[in-house]
Every structure is written in structure tokens, then in C-alpha cells.
Design a protein around this ligand. Structure first.
Ligand SMILES: Cc1ncc(COP(=O)(O)O)c(C=O)c1O
Length: 463
């Protein structure tokens, strides 16, 4: 494959065809832009030139204003593991609303206890505190770690996405050069960039060097056991075990960000599969059953800092909508379902994930374009329902960390992130970051349809 490709003509052609394909969404986008920046409220959803505007969603499919039935692999930012609007959750919510229960936020109830009990039991955490987004969970986990250790530095992986919170916004975007990861956002406190140490995923030696170098200034190391937005790759067992040992040795709080991986690979945390226990873990996405639920879970002696016993040292109240009754009901219903049906849900997801990765790779290969999916399981993670095609220029290029897949000198990032998405939408298939997650409602036929759509994308690219 030649590098770098110039996609400006293809991008224009796709945008024009897409405007003809979805005139109602185009018109709604113009209206949206009169009141919202870029026509919406989450940058990732605001596809250029415009996103499909939804009217309904069920299972693996969403319907847009133009009447298209779109096969969706984004599935609510990978939250909707049972597909969109699963009856098991929506019927529980409908019944609750009918009986006068659901939006009375501001109190506490038995449901919160039940959800906390499920989380503790399934993840081995001693205590839980709820909030409403993954970003708030990771931010509060970092605050707890800094307060607990009395240290200021935070270490994270280059390309690791922990949500739009101050520490999480450093080291997110790839930039060529000696320091490949730069600050994501302006407007942050100046000291922050110096407080965040960037290390490389799946590199135990670099981790060792960094932890040794920053030693008694390092409060925490936050890492995803399965890299999400950075490129869908599992941590090696060696890496996570090294992280645990080094954090113990140097008194650093180990935080697993399980916002994507929690309850995605098993009915619990992913750390347990590695037999590595973090000090704190963050959960969101899947656990909410489609509603905004997030949690910090872990050691009681750290979490107590946000409560009376710890002197309320860390201000982590959770927010007005934390432990929201309707959200807690959705969470309890979904988590109970996952625990009770784990033997069906996770093998099925793993099977669909493997088929999807094969189908994408085969479709591109059939058209003479080399694609290799990330999202594979490894020797520890048994089965994965995540898939994203990477287009490395060299077939032998290792794809083990975000540096490998986000460097435009190594992989065709433009094809993955933009061309693929827009071209697939013309076939009524929706992906974000080039890929997505499977839900239990996807079928083999859906995977075949995705494969056929990928072939048409490949033909456009070749042309
Ligand atoms: C690993 C990880 N952590 C944290 C977040 C932030 O979650 P939220 O978007 O709910 O704030 C995300 C979101 O994609 C994520 O993938």
C-alpha cells in the first residue's frame, strides 16, 4: 500500500454522496448548528460533514430521520452490551415509572445498596462510590490517590483515554516527534502538563524506569487492562503484573480504568482475569445498562477519604444525579442479567468478535488492501467483542500499543478514522474510531453484512 495516500478527492466524493443519501439529517444538522457548537454535544458523535440524526434504536440497529436502518457497532460508546434498549432493562424502567418511582433523585434507597453489593461481589472491591460519568470517576480516583499518598504526580499511558477531566486530557493525541503525546486541550492549569508522566503501554521496562525515576513523587499509575480508544489492545500479563509489583514497591496507587473493560469480558472486572488487583478501579459504560452510572471501587482505606471516617478530605460527593434511582434500576437489572447469564453472554460475544475481526480482514484482503484488526483477546483475556481495523503499511508492524496504531507514518490513520466511517455510512453501517463493539443482539448475518460493506469501502479506496 503506498504511503501517504491523499484522500481529499475521495473525502469530497463521499461527503457529496452522503448528503444525497441523508438529506433530512443534513437539514437537521444545519438547524442544530444554529444552537450547538458543531451541531451537538459530543465531538465524537459529530461526524464530518454531519451525523445521522436518530429517531429510534433497537438491538443492533438504529433508525435515522431519513428512514435508514443502520447497523450499529458503536453501541452507545460500547456501553450497550445487550444492544440498544434491551427489553429486560426498558421493561423494568417502564414498570418503575408507572408505579411512581424513577426521577426522585436526591434521596438514597435500597437499589443503590444492591448495585454496590453486585459491584463489590463481582470485582472484589471493598467499597464503591457512585458518580455519573467515567471522566468523573477517573478524576476522583486520581484525587483520592493524590490525597492518600500525599504525592502530586500522575502517570498514564500515551494514548490512554480516561475522559475529559484535567489529568486525563494530557497525553491523548498523537503528534510525530520525540515526544509523541501532547496535551489535548488548552485552558488547563499550566502545572498540569508537568504533573502527568506519560509512559508506553505494554512496556514493562519503561514503566520500571519511570516509576523508579519519579519514585516518591508519584501518586498513581492509571491504566486500562484492555486499551480502549487508544487502539483496542489487551495488556500483557507481564505488564500488569509488573505494574502491581512496582506500585507496591514504590508506594504508588494502582488504578485500573475499567470504564470500557468492566463487565465487557466477564461479569465483573477484567483485572481478575489477570489475577492482578488494583488499589482502585473505575467503572462506567456497561454497568449503567444504558443510563449514566459510573463508580470508583476499591480499597476501603483509600475510598474512606471521601467520607466521614476519612474526614471528608477528598471532595467527591458524586453529583446531583449520582445514584439516580432510574439509573440504579437500569444498572441493577443489567448487572443481574449479566451475572445470571454470563455463561451465554460472554462466549457469544467472544464468538461474534472473532467472526467480525475475520470478516473485516478478509473483506479488505479480497480487494488487495492489507488490514489487521486489533481487539483480539490474548493468553489471559478469553475472547473479545471489540474490533477495529488497522491499516499498517508494513504487514509485520507490531500493533501492541497506541504508538503503533496512531502514528500516521506506520498506519493509514486517515483511512481508519474518517474514510472508513463515512464510506460505511453510505451502506448504513455505523462505526466510530474505525471500529466498535458487538452486542448480544448482533447476528452472524450482521457480520456478513459488515464484511460486504467493507469490501465496497475497499473498492472505493482502490478506485
Ligand atoms: C477507558 C475510559 N475511561 C474513561 C472514559 C470517560 O467516560 P465518560 O465518557 O463516561 O466520561 C472513557 C470514555 O470513553 C473511557 O473509554
Amino acid at each position: 500500500m503506498p504511503k501517504p495516500r491523499n484522500y481529499s478527492k475521495l473525502t469530497n466524493d463521499l461527503a457529496e454522496e452522503y448528503a444525497r443519501h441523508s438529506p433530512k439529517s443534513a437539514a437537521l444538522n444545519e438547524r442544530a448548528r444554529q444552537t450547538m457548537i458543531d451541531g451537538g454535544s459530543h465531538s465524537l458523535r459529530l461526524i464530518n460533514p454531519f451525523p445521522p440524526r436518530l429517531v429510534s434504536a433497537h438491538g443492533a440497529y438504529v433508525q435515522d430521520a431519513d428512514g435508514h436502518t443502520i447497523l450499529d457497532f458503536w453501541q452507545g460508546h460500547y456501553a450497550n452490551i445487550l444492544g440498544h434498549n434491551p427489553t429486560v432493562v426498558t421493561s423494568a424502567l417502564a414498570h418503575a415509572f408507572e408505579s411512581g418511582f424513577g426521577t426522585q433523585t436526591g434521596f438514597t434507597d435500597q437499589l443503590q445498596i444492591e448495585v454496590a453489593e453486585i459491584l463489590c461481589k463481582q470485582t472484589g472491591a471493598e467499597r464503591v462510590r457512585f458518580t455519573t460519568s467515567g471522566a468523573l470517576a477517573t478524576m476522583n480516583a486520581i484525587m483520592l490517590a493524590r490525597a492518600f499518598t500525599g504525592r502530586e504526580l500522575v502517570m498514564k499511558v500515551g494514548g490512554g483515554w480516561h475522559g475529559a477531566q484535567p489529568w486525563g486530557l494530557i497525553g491523548v493525541n498523537f503528534a510525530s516527534g520525540a515526544e509523541p503525546w501532547r496535551a489535548e486541550s488548552q485552558g488547563l492549569p499550566g502545572a498540569l502538563a508537568r504533573e502527568v508522566i506519560i509512559t508506553r503501554y505494554n512496556h514493562p521496562e519503561m514503566l520500571h524506569e519511570h516509576i523508579k525515576e519519579y519514585d516518591n513523587r508519584l501518586a498513581c499509575f492509571i491504566v486500562e487492562p484492555f486499551m480502549g480508544a487508544g487502539g483496542f489492545m489487551p495488556a500483557s500479563g507481564e505488564y500488569l503484573r509488573a505494574a502491581r509489583e512496582l506500585c507496591d514497591q514504590y508506594g504508588v496507587v494502582l488504578v485500573f480504568d475499567e470504564v470500557i473493560s468492566g463487565f465487557r469480558f466477564r461479569a465483573g472486572d477484567l483485572g481478575s482475569m489477570y489475577n492482578v488487583k488494583p488499589d482502585l478501579a473505575t467503572f462506567a459504560k456497561v454497568i449503567g445498562g444504558g443510563m449514566p452510572v459510573a463508580a470508583v471501587a476499591g480499597r476501603a482505606d483509600i475510598l474512606k477519604l471521601c467520607g466521614r471516617e476519612g474526614g471528608n478530605t477528598v471532595r467527591f460527593p458524586g453529583g446531583t444525579y449520582s445514584g439516580h434511582p432510574a439509573s440504579m434500576l437500569a444498572a441493577k437489572t443489567l448487572l443481574t442479567h449479566l451475572v445470571e447469564h454470563a455463561n451465554e453472554v460472554y462466549p457469544r460475544l467472544a464468538q461474534l468478535g472473532a467472526l467480525t475481526r475475520q470478516a473485516i480482514e478478509a473483506a479488505f484482503a479480497a480487494e488487495g488492501i492489507f488490514a489487521r484488526c486489533t481487539g483480539h483477546p490474548n493468553e489471559t483475556v478469553r475472547g473479545s467483542s471489540l474490533a477495529v481495523p488497522q491499516f499498517p503499511y508494513d504487514a509485520k508492524q507490531p500493533l501492541l500499543d497506541p504508538d503503533d496504531v496512531n502514528d500516521p507514518a506506520l498506519c493509514d490513520v486517515e483511512l481508519r478514522d474518517h474514510i472508513f466511517q463515512l464510506a460505511l455510512l453510505l451502506d448504513d453501517v455505523h462505526v466510530v474510531h474505525g471500529g466498535g463493539s458487538l452486542s448480544t443482539t448482533h447476528t452472524e448475518a450482521d457480520v456478513v453484512r459488515l464484511g460486504e460493506a467493507c469490501r465496497r469501502v475497499a473498492r472505493r479506496v482502490k478506485a
